[in-house]
Design a protein around this ligand. Structure first.
Ligand code: GCO
Ligand code: MN
Ligand code: MN
Length: 388
């Protein structure tokens, strides 16, 4: 039995807004008292997290004076120094205040767009001051209820212009900071622009500084769209764009659940952890989730510990899967290659094309071949269920 104690090298992080979630929902008031950022940092240290992430207004109220801001930041830095907790990622709250009711960078109102840029530059300064290396853009209000209200084409251009401006701001200031776009299909808007990992990848390629911008994909967001998160992650990884990740859990076809990592779709969580570990992903493992509304703060700690513990258990299961002789024999059988067609790799040539055109294939035999995926999947399930 392994030790599932979280350690700094696991890079487990939580947002101030995640363990600090007070349990308010559209049908009911807060069920937990509001903890201060300093208290949250101490709680994260107690449960064994490595880092804390934040929106500007999780720490500094939107109406704070410059003097109040400095005092709050000073106290927060002291809590970080006292606990050893770091701030790897920061972001802007561009969704809570009524000014953002119709979006921030994509608002039809140029004053709102300008304010959103100003707020983001200030929040970038704050994030950099706290040591953040990744800056997330979640466009929660960047969308519509009715397409009569905004031009989808114009909104894309406005979003691009904002990101280009902010990339240049980061470069101009010599900040060591990368941007990560976090796609989501809906909630709080009926439809949010850049709804999926794939759409964000396409958008990044159109920016002035695509090398500075990657992704912060979230399990729940792709699941809300009924998509396979692992496939999205693999595509982001292949593009060199997996800058950050939001781990949580979510059933398809439900409201935005933000459940404890691995709590409902365990097999998906397993293949996700296996991918991240097999690839050597080095970014934060950020849990963007919150405890059930039924919990008090002991329950919140159980929730946070559970996210990290499940990740580590799945990491161990992934190593076991990679070392399991029966599983690996099937993997080898599935991927068998006697080298006959290795001449096709490495790109096109006229000779290769001629040679391939002249080949003959036993199509019925290839079509009849059974693939042992039932066996392989059952072995995977048994491994996850703890009987191998
Ligand atoms: C959500 C999002 C947010 C963002 C956060 C950081 O569904 O509400 O996941 O939690 O991740 O704003 O950008
Ligand atoms: Mn989310
Ligand atoms: Mn998120």
């Amino acid at each position: 039995m392994s030790d599932y104690t979280p350690k700094p090298e696991h890079k487990f992080t939580f947002g101030l807004w995640t363990v600090g979630n007070v349990g308010r929902d559209p049908f009911g008031e807060a069920v937990r008292h509001r903890m201060s950022p300093v208290e949250i940092v101490h709680m994260l240290a107690e449960v064994g997290a490595w880092g804390v992430n934040l929106h500007d207004n999780d720490l500094v109220p939107i109406d704070a004076t410059p003097a109040e801001r400095d005092q709050i930041v000073r106290e927060f830095k002291q809590a970080l120094a006292d606990t050893g907790i770091v701030v790897p990622m920061a972001t802007t709250n561009l969704f809570y205040d009524p000014i953002f009711k119709d979006g921030a960078f994509t608002s039809n109102d140029p004053r709102v767009r300008a304010y959103a840029l100003q707020k983001t530059m200030r929040a970038i300064d704050l994030g950099v001051e706290l040591g953040a290396k990744v800056y997330v853009f979640w466009g929660g209000r960047e969308g519509t209820e009715t397409d009569a209200s905004k031009s989808a084409l114009e909104s894309g251009k406005r979003f691009r212009e904002a990101l280009n401006f902010l990339c240049a701001y980061v470069k101009d200031n010599g900040y060591d900071l990368k941007f990560a776009i976090e796609p989501k299909p809906n909630e709080p808007r009926s439809d949010i622009y850049l709804p999926t990992v794939g759409s964000a990848l396409g958008f990044i390629a159109t920016l002035d500084h695509p090398e500075m911008v990657g992704l912060n994909p979230e399990v729940a967001h792709e699941h809300m769209a009924g998509l396979n998160f692992l496939h999205a992650i693999a595509q982001a990884w292949d593009a060199g764009k997996l800058f950050h990740i939001d781990l949580n859990d979510q059933l398809f076809g439900r409201y935005d659940q933000d459940f404890r990592f691995g709590s409902v779709m365990l097999k998906q969580a397993f293949f996700l952890v296996k991918f991240l570990e097999d690839m050597g992903y080095e970014g934060s493992r950020h849990f963007d989730a919150h405890a059930y509304r039924t919990e008090d703060y002991e329950g919140v700690k159980a929730f946070a510990r559970g996210c990290m513990r499940t990740y580590l258990i799945l990491k161990e299961k992934a190593a076991r899967w990679n070392a399991d002789p029966e599983i690996q024999a099937l993997v080898q059988q599935i991927n068998a290659d006697d080298g006959t067609y290795s001449y096709l790799s490495g790109g096109y040539s006229k000779d290769k094309a001629e040679r391939l055109k002249a080949e003959s294939f036993d199509v019925p035999a290839l079509g009849k071949r059974g693939l042992p995926y039932e066996q392989l999947d059952q072995l995977t399930v048994e491994l996850l269920l703890g009987v191998r």
